[in-house]
Ligand binder design. Structure first.
Ligand code: KIV
Ligand code: NA
Length: 265
């Protein structure tokens, strides 16, 4: 199998095949989901939360994102790998944003980057696209702007926000981004946007009318039993599996039933 690219994703949208996407931040996880056939892997700045335990995504640095992306890229044979531009490295200064995007592409071997924001970051997007770097936009709920918005509630609920979202989608498509991630917006709005745009949309908490779905891997695998938003479906209960395995291991160590003779030299 060959590697997925922005072109593959466009072809999927054109023939009506939904795009599957999950996050990963390390070699082992990326290797498992790539072999299982996932279309796209996002090295999300959600690593700040699920890998580092920070309260927001603002804490993760460009160097830390590059470390996670390098680990993922080493594992991946078929999926397209997209890396989040972290808070502070982008945006507001196109030359600085370009430098950061070039570092991600050059030092990790990823296929594309993702940037939160629409019109307010259009100069940064243009600069990065002009350098030949594929960009995915991220609109709707934008966790890097959480302090400006104040909460993680559903976005684009009123007319004004919904109009701004739609005009941002049209703008970034016209700039040349290859796709748009839509986070936590009403599904009728996400469907309308997806039908309006030529480029693929990927949703999280955006209903089924989008062109693909993304979730955070720890959430999907049920490793985190504290985060239960309405949009999440858990496909495994690794929290229970791993807790029980740990208790069993402790028991065996304490009782000296591990290691046994065949496990010793
Ligand atoms: O960082 C992340 O995990 C994301 C989500 C929207 C999937 O951007
Ligand atoms: Na993100």
């Amino acid at each position: 199998t060959s590697k997925n690219t922005k072109r593959t994703l466009q072809e999927m949208k054109d023939r009506g095949e939904k795009i599957s996407m999950l996050t990963a931040y390390d070699y082992t996880m990326a290797s498992i989901i790539d072999k299982a056939g996932i279309d796209v892997i996002l090295v999300g700045d959600s690593a700040s939360n699920v890998m580092a335990g920070n309260r927001t995504t603002l804490s993760i640095t460009l160097d830390q994102m590059i470390y996670h992306a390098q680990s993922v890229v080493r594992a991946v044979k078929s999926a397209m790998v997209i890396v989040d531009m972290p808070f502070g490295a982008c945006c507001g200064n196109p030359m600085k944003s370009l430098d950061a995007a070039v570092r991600v592409m050059q030092e990790t071997g990823a296929d594309a980057i993702k940037i939160e924001g629409g019109q307010e970051v259009s100069e940064d997007i243009k600069k990065i696209l002009a350098a030949g770097i594929p960009v995915m936009s991220h609109l709707g709920l934008m966790p890097q702007s959480i302090h400006n918005y104040g909460n993680y509630a559903i976005r684009a609920r009123n007319e004004k926000e919904s109009e701004k979202l739609i005009s941002d989608c049209l703008l970034v498509e016209s700039l040349g981004v290859f796709g748009i991630l839509l986070e936590k917006i009403p599904s009728h709005t996400a469907t309308k946007i997806s039908n309006m745009l030529k480029i693929p949309t990927i949703g999280i908490g955006a209903g089924s009318g989008v062109d693909g779905q993304v979730l955070v891997i720890q959430d999907v695998m049920g490793m985190n039993d504290e985060f239960s938003p309405k949009f999440l479906r858990r496909y495994a209960d690794l929290h229970t599996v791993m807790s029980e395995a740990t208790r069993h291991y402790i028991e065996d160590v304490k009782s000296v039933s591990f290691p046994n003779q065949s496990e010793s030299y």
